[in-house]
Design a protein around this ligand. Sequence first.
Ligand SMILES: *[C@@H]1O[C@H](CO)[C@@H](O)[C@H](O)[C@H]1NC(C)=O
Ligand SMILES: *[C@@H]1O[C@H](CO)[C@@H](O)[C@H](O)[C@H]1NC(C)=O
Ligand SMILES: *[C@@H]1O[C@H](CO)[C@@H](O)[C@H](O)[C@H]1NC(C)=O
Length: 443
Amino acid sequence: MHKLGVRTAVQRLNATRRYTAKSTKQTRRTGLKVILCFFVPYTGYALYVFISTNYEITRRERQLTNKDDLDFNNTLIKYSPHQVLGRFENPFNEYRIQTVYEFFFNRIVELFETNRGGVPRSKAQMDELMPIHKPFWEENRDNKEVRNEIVCEMKDFNSDEKVVGSEPIQHLSCTWLGQSCSVVVLDRLKILTDPLFSTFLIHPTVGPKRITDMPSKIENVPTPDLILVSHNHPDHIDENSLKFWGDDHPQKPLWIVPKGLATFMISNNVSNFIELSWWESCHLKIKGDHENNVYQISSTPAMHWSGRSVLDANRSLWCSFIVHKGNKPVLFHAGDTGFVHDLYKRIVKKYGSGVQLALLPCGQYCPEWHQRPRHINSAEVMEIMNDLNAQTVLGIHWGTFLLSGEYFREPKEKLEFLSEFNGLKERCFCPELGKTLDFSQGS
Ligand SMILES: *[C@@H]1O[C@H](CO)[C@@H](O)[C@H](O)[C@H]1NC(C)=O
Ligand SMILES: *[C@@H]1O[C@H](CO)[C@@H](O)[C@H](O)[C@H]1NC(C)=O
Ligand SMILES: *[C@@H]1O[C@H](CO)[C@@H](O)[C@H](O)[C@H]1NC(C)=O
């Protein structure tokens, strides 16, 4: 009996050993498969993207008659969208491509950061640091206006006053709702930028969770005439907005989205949209307005990337928008971008200087080695303000989620310090959540 027991035990042990050896071998084989099926092709792909993009940048530069000539023909050569194997890539000298290795390496480094973002534990302290206001529409809910009837067609940008008018804007206001989501009212036109009405960016179990509450529920926001989307990242276009303002909405707002996003919009049941590529425009008229009361919406380049997963990375373009009423630049919505030294000078050359309101991102710049190619810092905000000759700048894209290493209020503090130092305190600052700011001339 005892002997038998020992023999069985030895047999079992041997079996386990064989099993372990087998499973180690299997693990090794799987590891090898992953390396062969993913890492090798991916590294080859990344290398190919890197080389061919650099080649393209050099080729374009050689085509320019004079590198510093800001003429629009040159701009088109230099900064037209660039695609490699069906995916958009940044055609900018300032860009350094990001690989999944860098992306995940940085995510791992983040795990070891203590007190990331420095958000206070106490709600009272947080409320003091980040006051949240009720937007004007919350006070006056019965007054919820209906969406205007609009006609919109794709057409080249036109600066001819006789065709598009030159009436000054009577009313201009902006309400920041977090990240790059704002409601901008330009006379009768209601614009919503980069809609975001989610508490969790990815998923309730994965997070990340908002650090500041939404100033307004999506149901309470006045129906926009127009929704501008700068690029397909979850913090610039979320599922709740797609669902709410898509085909099921009785008034179906018009979405203007970057080139390449059509499939995504249709699969989310949004059919009232227009795709714009860099330097393309559409002309919009509100029914009942004067004949040459034209709003022009133009897509301009940005240095960023797009995608919600590895599969759809860069399948659609990223951009900024400049909105004109008549031939006057009124609103610049920068989306997400890194700094390109001559880009904003070129935008001004084509679309005119002195935009009334520029919404510029000013957060998510730490660590610099990782974020720099895709996000601007406070000093670069000031440079863009100067290049655009913007009358007012609001620094946004901070204080909503912790997506980077800096103290969560640092973007605001740095930008406001710099603007005060430069004597621009009244014209360049960070808004408070939900507070409606009126920029109507004379107000
Ligand atoms: C730019 O290109 C257009 C069309 O190709 C041409 O008519 C125009 O003269 C060019 N402008 C300059 C400044 O070269
Ligand atoms: C997406 O584009 C960005 C910017 O050019 C680049 O850093 C990244 O490597 C690209 N990703 C893919 C999968 O092409
Ligand atoms: C789109 O609409 C169809 C039909 O009503 C529905 O089955 C589907 O779930 C919707 N898709 C999304 C992403 O909401």
